[in-house]
Design a binder for this molecule. Structure first.
Ligand code: HAM
Length: 431
């Protein structure tokens, strides 16, 4: 085949799409029960929206943005993340108000031109939330707990919740001076990338994101923002942790304060967090987020505090697939269980294939209306060939259409077969 999916993108189907649907279903249920409203923004925006929110120097803007000019010569970009677009949307549509918790969620594709590797795609999917209106340590704990709940309910338990605080404007300013003082004699030893970050005061914290061994070594003993917080910010992060303990989200095994956690986007203020695992090699973050209290005021005359997170859907799905492979016997059981509601109708007279389907169409439709997946061949085929198809589709039951009055019903897992009056099929499937 001459054409292949573009590097870093992929087609999602089969088991993979089933896992995506599973994760989204659980997340949506949790969002609904917690009063979140869905929001869908365009997948492209004026490029300026991302530059202004994420920062000109952030990697995802300076190196990874899919930007282009449209036929009207507008400078646009595919969204590299959700927060910037949501902030643009809630201000444009007047959806937020200071003092009232307005909770939004989104699920959709994001685009970053980074080097593809395991767990890193150029088109990937995020499940995210953004909450506008209030700033308090209780809300922060609730938002973090929501992320943890989703991860746990999709059946991932081997993770660590990492928290840090980037402080307020005041303590960050003081800290930057302390850090500059520490690194001033070692400036020449940093990689070029770090040197550039050091030049711009706003970016200096990002040197803690550097993966180069030598830079990491220099920074090992560097003063950390966490140890240089003002009294208010120190109390705030302690309260968040205390609240998380009270609502049973934290136990000593799954939690740490990560003083090196600085997050690569400009908009963060105060609490930041990540949920990490060892399952995916270098791409260890499956969820990330934090507070961004100054962002709304950059775009409007109102100042509205906000906090949010995004789960990397591709990464959590990858972990689910890995886990399923590990417990393959369990997986088989699950497959059987999930096929229980899949029924295949088999016509027994090839010449009258269509008539047999039509005669039973209202029954088929009623089963579908009651959450059963009902399948049959569109073309007439021998009984043997239809059974083969039913097998291939892993259905739970086949229904042989025998005569006007009866069905012959076979349970594919047990092999058990029995004749029933047509109307009794609804009793059998508990409808
Ligand atoms: P982020 O850390 O850039 O934060 O991305 C969040 C999550 O998206 C990551 O932890 C990771 O699981 C997933 N992710 C990121 N890049 C890729 C990729 N190339 N391939 C696969 N998965 C990826 C944000 O995007 C912020 N908007 C989160 C946020 C919301 N903060 C406040 N509100």
């Amino acid at each position: 085949m001459k054409y292949k999916a573009v590097r870093g993108t992929r087609d999602i189907f089969g088991d993979l799409i089933e896992k995506f649907k599973f994760v989204e279903k659980i997340a949506k249920k949790i969002f609904d029960m917690n009063g979140f409203l869905e929001i869908r923004t365009p997948i492209f925006e004026n490029k300026e929206v991302f530059i202004r929110t994420l920062g000109n120097e952030a990697d995802i803007v300076s190196k990874e943005m899919y930007d282009f000019f449209d036929k009207g010569n507008r400078s646009l970009a595919l969204r590299p993340e959700g927060t910037a677009s949501i902030v643009r949307a809630v201000i444009e549509n007047n959806l937020i108000q200071n003092g009232i918790d307005k909770k939004f969620y989104y699920i959709g594709p994001m685009f970053r031109y980074d080097r593809p590797q395991a767990g890193r795609y150029r088109q990937f999917y995020q499940i995210g939330v953004e909450i506008f209106g209030n700033k308090n340590s209780f809300l922060d704990a609730e938002v973090i707990s929501l992320a943890v709940k989703i991860i746990e309910q999709i059946n991932i338990h081997d993770f660590v919740l990492e928290i840090n605080s980037l402080g307020c404007d005041e303590c960050r300013e003081n800290y930057i001076k302390v850090l500059q003082n520490y690194i001033k004699n070692q400036n020449s030893e940093f990689c070029e990338n770090c040197k550039n970050k050091i030049k711009i005061q706003k970016n200096i914290l990002r040197i803690f994101d550097c993966k180069i061994e030598n830079c990491k070594k220099i920074l090992q003993n560097a003063p950390k923002i966490t140890d240089n917080l003002c009294e208010n910010c120190k109390n705030y992060i302690n309260e968040v942790i205390e609240n998380l303990t009270k609502i049973n989200i934290i136990n000593s095994n799954n939690f740490k304060i990560n003083k090196n956690l600085v997050r690569g986007l400009d908009y963060y203020t105060g609490i930041v967090f990540e949920i990490t695992t060892n399952a995916l090699g270098a791409q260890n973050a499956i969820c990330a987020g934090g507070r961004y209290d100054n962002l709304v005021s950059e775009f409007s005359k109102n100042s509205v505090p906000a906090i949010g997170f995004a789960i990397g859907e591709d990464r959590v799905v990858e972990i689910l697939l890995q886990n399923e492979k590990k417990e393959s016997s369990l997986a088989t059981k699950r497959t059987n269980a999930s096929s229980f509601n899949k029924i295949f109708f088999i016509t027994t007279n090839k010449e009258k294939h269509r008539e047999q389907i039509f005669e039973n169409y209202s029954i088929i439709q009623k089963l579908r209306d009651n959450d059963y997946i009902v399948l049959y061949n569109s073309e007439p085929k021998s009984i043997k060939s239809q059974i083969r198809t039913a097998d291939y589709l892993k259905v739970g039951f086949v229904v042989f259409i025998e005569d006007d009055e009866t069905f012959n019903l076979k349970n594919m897992a047990t092999g058990e077969q029995k004749k029933i009056e047509k109307e009794k099929i609804f009793d059998f499937f508990k409808i």
